[in-house]
Write a new protein. Sequence first.
Lengths: 339, 442
Amino acid sequence: MIYVVIIFLWTAILLYILLGGADFGAGIIELFTSKGNKDRTRKTMYEAIGPIWEANHMWLIIAIVILFVGFPKIYTTVSVYLHIPLVCMLLGIIARGTAFVFRNYDAVEDDMQKLYTPIFVYSSLITPFFLGIIAASAVSGRIDLLANDFLSAYVFSWLNWFSIAVGIFTVSICGFLATIFIIGQTDNESDRKYFTGKARRTIFIVMGCGALVFLAAYLEQIPLFNWIFGDTPGLIAIIAASISLVLMFFILERNKPIMLRLLAGFQVSMILFAATYSHFPDIVMLKNGTNLSLLIHQGQAKTIDSLAYALLIGSIFILPALFYLIYVFTKRKEVPSDH
Amino acid sequence: MDDFLAARLQMAFSLGFHIVFACIGMVMPFFMSLAHFYWLKTKNVVYRDVTKAWSKGVAIFFATGAVSGTVLSFELGLLWPRFMEHAGPIFGMPFSLEGTAFFIEAIALGFYLYGWNRINPWFHWATGVVVGISGLLSGILVVAANAWMNSPAGFDYIDGQYLNVDPIKAMFNDAWFSQALHMTVAAFVSTGFAVAGVHALMILRGRNVAFHSKAFKIAAVFGTIAACLQPISGDISAKDVAKRQPAKLAAMEAHFHTERNAPLIIGGIPDTAGKKVDYAVKIPGLLSFMATGDFNGEVKGLDSVPREDQPPIAVTHYAFQIMVGLGMAMVGLAIVYFIALWKKKKWLSSNWLLKLFVMATPMGFIALEAGWTVTEVGRQPWIIHGIMRTADAVTPMPGIAYSFYLFTAVYISLAVIVSLLLYRQITMVGKLYDSSTEVPKN
């Protein structure tokens, strides 16, 4: 049953990166859009993510509940030593979630929008940035259980070039997902052209940020190269991700939004796979050389079993409903009658 | 500020903030669905307008409740890691189920808010009902987890080890039913009175009267019925607490000495040093009757537990008095409202009744926060009753005071913005929602 729980944990994280990430990306690309194009970007994005955005963020809750129920030692270690980036991420989540609703549900459109919009776009940027920092810090071996001063226990556990580079990379992935998603949400030819051009640029940015991660890993002496290229499955995943990136470049010109989305999703899942496979089952690496493992630091058997059943039963309800929601609101068909 | 105190205050603030949004987010969908049902049945556009206006409120409250809930799931670990390390696997069952319920709620809300003119009308209506039901289930599950802290079950505590964990038994602990019932009814009372009060104010001001009258009636009926049911659930809770956590009941009542024929103490100022309550009204035997069902039953006093295991007496006692007092005031208003509905129809259009409802607007939520204070402060010094002390659960990280200031500032700003948004939604009803007003609807 432990593997059921682990698969759910991995999938919840992946879906949060894909769906929640595209959501954050909407704010990120709004930030990096010239003034003249802001309105159409914002409008198309809102139509696309409006109905689904709350659900996208539920994956984070599922992942965190799996961690604290099934793997309490891992959850509490991360909570204690990565307290600061976690708080920054939470502030981002609060700001982003509320600003999104405020700017769309304020009955009067006035200067308050000038308050909501920057909160929305900057929190869309900082939330995935800190999410990346947290993920990178978990594996970079800087968490020191024996540290006895504040800085080495609670600051240098996450503040290093590698974590920052992964943070930036996560931001770029979110922007990339959002631009790919938005292409399929517009019927207008000039908009499509505009967004396609944007997508091409973000692909280059993602590649650049990816290179940055390797550079930072080299500087911080983190054996990232070995992790990813050291074993066959990781290597295959990275090759598959690269091929899908090239394919996307060719498909961008043709109007095939669904294909593009699938390739983007595939590419990101391959990156996550490559990044997690080589350590598995360890997910937190400590400074003293020991690791926290999903298999060793799991809860008692009855806990894991009931958690697995709860997740399986839950997914029977959630998945069909979620697919139907996405289906209904991405086909963009208006029924004219008023009911 | 001491880190332990800061951690407790931050948790109290976060929960106190979340609880308001969570309650409105789980009760408003029922009001909204009922109005929607009347619209589909009667085709009276006022009901459609009310439904749409309320659905905006639901969206705002749900989103705020969702993010504050997400924050709480992290704060458990950020502030109380030593508690979560042991408690997570034991009381996690309701949380894992709650994840599903909450997810379904978010999906259904997506359908509901964006479903106008896009999906089948009755399917659309049903998604609104699903929002309410799944919200209610999430609430009940989270309260079941809190109940476990009051009434730990589903494990054996041997030599500091938590063995033979059984998450199902932990979920159905002795306190889950009475707590979940009391909380659910409280959510209906507080939301019902708050919503009714706001609409009553708009009727008094003569704005969009047809619209606000329909809205007022739905909210008032839900709120007043719930208010009359609440004393029954309160009685179940009191008997339960008397059995499981005598120290909590004693603190609620500022009942210092174990005795038979114990009096019910109303109001008063507890004097902890002198172990007495000054200026209180005492009704002989009533506490014994309420706690045990027998006027001569024995009620354990604070003297039955060592000083270091006693909860803070004054806070618990005052909070309890506030909750009961406001609860009774709302029962009184509910009775007046029922008389008006059945016997004295002309009261319904009179200003004084509406004014009473306006005055009662915050009562439900104040009572709710007071009740939450009773159950949380009354459980101290324990985080897991009788097993782990709150002081032993707090994070080793220093400087929590800054985190407390930061979150307090964030929550206060959010409360201000949400209030502004609601104010605007309410004052813009004529323009945005009420299709009977002259200004064309956009």
